[in-house]
Every structure is written in structure tokens, then in C-alpha cells.
Design a protein around this ligand. Structure first.
Ligand code: EPZ
Length: 422
């Protein structure tokens, strides 16, 4: 089990390049299943979830060439329409092969994702949407088995009007991909507006899909006969960007993000300014200067464009050492406070009542050994380690490696005293 050992008390200074977005790359890799022609991707981040997705697609017969951040997929010879449990259990995003397999091949067997640390995370909306498009779905032996009945000609889904009871990011992405090859028009209502949904739509449109309204809560997809190959560069990761900015706001210093996008981070940038950070945006660079103890900031998570749930844990770390008290309200997942008990081990003053945490800022945290429980919680614990007095050891950092590209190398380059230990 690998760990990160962090010496607290060092400010962060310098430049850091932002990688491609994990939550755009994962659905876009699955979009490769929709065509028999090659899909050429750029700016694909090097992280474990991307490697897992490539392994999953390869075992289906997709040819994948990885060359640094360039990934070329060719789904001309797909011969296995299944996502097995051992792959899905480690990465819920594997559910994103369901829509493309059903749409192009008329059949799919995808393991039900287990729950995960942050909540039960059902996929009922994905299933309901595919059923509305004509798929027959049976859940048996822990697998979702989707069959598209042979219609007049080939097995094809049919367009439908689908209303999401809850805003679901991968639910929107799965059904948007399925609808690109369905007969007729599909309208997704109460769709997710996340920028990663928009990036996927841009990639699908480059492949010949007809999609309008991506980024709004109503997306209209007109099915086409087939999709062709294309090239697409994955958008920058707004959560990685936010994570580095919060780290600098907590530790103090002056950092500049490059290859970033401030236009999709307005809520997070506003919160950082409220905490006392000075932020300057120029094109694809975001500069943050923090030369004072942060002020506590209230956050309430909600679907985009509101404050992102994937930034909740990081802001909780900031609030632990801020001036004053703050409320952190998590409205998306039912159990996304796993980092609280670990922060308390560093001396943080946090009271949790249901989905609300009240954080009373302390002048100082004390280093200790703590344990990561999920991806963003581990980022939160690294940030806490950067500011705690003495050494903090974060255990189970495989969680971190799933969703951040070379994070300790990037933090070390900014002046953090952080090293990986076996
Ligand atoms: C995506 O997860 C992201 N993952 C998550 O990022 C992110 O936290 C989440 O969206 C919310 O923004 C990827 O994009 C790969 P949801 P997703 O479907 O799509 C409920 C990270 O750290 N729901 O938007 O799985 C669900 O339980 C990860 O990078 C249903 O009830 O989340 C949750 O309460 C963590 N039924 C809410 O909706 C469904 O069929 C939002 O979930 C689907 C979802």
C-alpha cells in the first residue's frame, strides 16, 4: 500500500500545467465504441481510471494505441459486448459503455456497479432511459443485460423524450451517446449541464452526430445511420485546477495554472476570492496569490453551474485552518463526508449533522497518519497535510492515483515537501 509523506508549512510558488479532464476523457473513450472508424484523442490524462477504461475497452476488442496523451481507438472489431464485474467494481464510470454498446450492437452486458465510499450511486436513470428508447433490460446475477429487439431492419434504439428525475452526469452522457444512433429524435430533459457533457457532445458532433443544447438542461439528439472517425482534444480538468488553487490558498504563495479554463470555474474562483485569494485570469492561465490566512467560506454543492461536489472536500480542508466558521452542505451524495474523521485526527474542529458540516477554523493543524477513502477526500487530506505542523502520512493513496496525473510531482515542483513511500 503506497503512502504520501508530507512536511507541512511550505508555501506554494510557481507554474503548474493542468491535465486533460478525467470526467471528460472517460465518456469520450467510450464514444469510440460508436464508430468502426478510428477516434484520435489528444490531451488524455495519464491516470489509473483512464488506464482501467482502456483495459475494459481492449477486452471488448477495441484496438487502442496510447502514445503519451495521444490515444487512438478503433472499434472495428468489437467481439465482446460485456463489462465484467472485476473492472466495473473498481470504476463506476464503466457504466458508460452501456449506451454505446446498446446503440451500435443492439446488446450489452454490464455489471451493476457496486456502491462506493461516497454513496450507493444507483444507475436506475441510465436503465430507465434505455428502456424508454426500446431496450429490453434484465438484471440477472448482478449484471444489466440490455437487448434491443430487432425492428424493421437492424436492431436499433428509437428516439424518445426522457425526463431525468435527478440531474445525472453519466446518465446524461450514456443516453446522449445511445441517442446518436437511434431512429428518430431523443430529447433529454433536466439533463446535466456539466462542461464534461459539453466536451463529449463536441466529440460526438465531430464524429457526425446531430446534437443541440448540450450545456443546457434540454439536449436534443437526432439519430443518424452511423458515426465516422474524428479527432478531439480533451478539455482541461476543472477539478484538478480547483484542487491546486485551494492548496495554494491554504498553504499561501503564488501559483499560476497553465492550459486551464477559468470560464467553467466561476463559482470556485468566486469562493476563493471570498476566502481572500487574489485571482488574475489571462487566457488559459489562472494566477492565485494568497498572502494571508484564509477566511472561512460557506459552500453548498449542487449540479453545474453551482458549486461542484467534487470540490467540497478540498474546501473543507481550507476551512479547517481559516479564520471563522463555515457551513459545508453536500446535496449530491449521501455519504461524502468520509474525510471529516480523518481531518479530526489532525485537530480539525468539525461537527456533522446530516448533510451539513460546520467547520470551526483552527490556527494550526498537527500532522498525523491519516487514510484516504475516496478520490477527492484524498486530495483534501493532501491539502491538510500541506498546512499541518510536522509530518502527515496519507495512506491508501491509490484513490488519489485514480484521478490525478502525477500530483506529487506537480506539488513538489511548486515547493511542497511531499514524497511517495511504500
Ligand atoms: C459524475 O458521477 C462524476 N464522475 C463524479 O465525479 C461527480 O461527483 C458526479 O458526476 C456529480 O457531479 C464522472 O463523471 C465519471 P451522477 P455520476 O449520476 O455521473 C444519483 C470524481 O470525483 N443518481 O451525476 O456517477 C446519484 O446517486 C467523481 O471525479 C441516481 O439516483 O454522478 C447521485 O446522488 C466522483 N440514479 C446523484 O444522482 C442514477 O441513475 C448525481 O449522480 C444516477 C445517479
Amino acid at each position: 500500500m503506497q503512502k504520501l509523506a508530507i512536511q507541512g508549512g511550505f508555501r506554494l510558488n510557481g507554474e503548474v500545467r493542468i491535465s486533460g479532464a478525467k470526467n471528460a476523457a472517460l465518456p469520450i473513450l467510450c464514444a469510440g465504441l460508436l464508430s468502426s472508424e478510428p477516434l484520435q484523442l489528444g490531451n488524455v490524462p495519464d491516470m489509473n481510471d483512464v488506464a482501467t477504461m482502456c483495459r475494459l475497452l481492449r477486452q471488448m476488442g477495441v484496438a487502442i494505441e496510447v502514445n503519451g496523451g495521444q490515444v487512438t481507438l478503433s472499434a472495428a472489431q468489437v467481439d465482446k459486448l460485456e463489462a465484467p464485474y472485476d473492472m466495473v467494481k473498481t470504476m463506476r464510470a464503466a457504466i458508460l459503455v452501456l449506451g454505446p454498446l446498446a446503440a451500435r450492437f443492439g446488446e450489452a452486458r454490464v455489471s451493476l456497479p457496486g456502491g462506493c465510499a461516497i454513496g450507493s450511486r444507483p444507475v436506475d436513470l441510465h436503465i430507465k432511459g434505455l428502456q424508454a428508447m426500446g431496450a429490453e433490460i434484465h438484471i440477472e446475477h448482478g449484471y444489466i443485460h440490455a437487448q434491443v429487439p430487432r425492428g424493421t431492419g437492424a436492431k436499433r434504439l428509437r428516439g424518445a423524450r426522457i425526463f431525468f428525475d435527478l440531474v445525472s452526469v453519466t446518465g446524461t452522457e450514456n443516453l446522449m451517446m445511445a441517442a446518436t444512433l437511434a431512429d428518430g429524435v431523443t430529447v433529454l430533459e433536466n439533463a446535466a449541464r456539466e462542461p464534461e457533457v459539453v466536451d463529449l457532445a463536441h466529440c460526438l458532433i465531430a464524429m457526425g452526430a446531430r446534437i443541440e443544447g448540450a450545456g443546457s438542461d434540454t439536449i436534443t439528439i437526432t439519430g443518424v445511420e452511423k458515426l465516422h472517425g474524428a479527432s478531439h482534444n480533451v478539455m482541461p480538468d476543472r477539478i484538478e485546477s480547483g484542487t491546486f488553487l485551494v492548496a495554494a490558498a491554504a498553504a499561501g504563495g503564488n501559483i499560476t495554472l497553465t492550459d486551464a479554463r477559468a470560464d467553467i470555474m466561476e463559482n470556485v474562483l468566486e469562493k476563493l476570492q471570498e476566502a481572500g485569494a487574489i485571482i488574475k485570469v489571462s487566457g488559459s492561465t489562472i494566477n492565485l496569490h494568497m498572502n494571508r490566512r484564509p477566511k472561512a467560506v460557506n459552500v453548498r454543492t449542487a449540479p453545474y453551474p453551482a458549486f461542484p461536489t467534487d470540490m467540497q472536500a478540498q474546501f473543507m480542508a481550507l476551512n479547517c485552518i481559516a479564520e471563522g466558521s463555515a457551513m459545508v452542505v453536500e446535496t449530491i451524495f449521501e455519504n461524502r463526508f468520509m474525510h471529516v474523521q480523518e481531518l479530526r485526527r489532525l485537530g480539525a474542529q468539525i461537527d456533522v449533522e446530516g448533510n451539513t458540516a460546520v467547520v470551526k477554523g483552527c490556527a494550526q493543524l498537527e500532522g498525523a497518519t491519516i487514510m484516504a477513502t475516496d478520490l477527492r477526500a484524498s486530495a483534501c487530506l493532501v491539502i491538510a497535510g500541506l498546512v499541518a505542523q510536522g509530518e502527515t502520512v496519507v495512506d491508501r493513496i491509490y484513490h488519489l492515483d485514480r484521478g490525478y496525473e502525477h500530483i506529487e510531482a506537480k506539488l513538489s515542483a511548486l515547493g511542497a515537501q511531499i514524497r511517495r513511500v511504500k
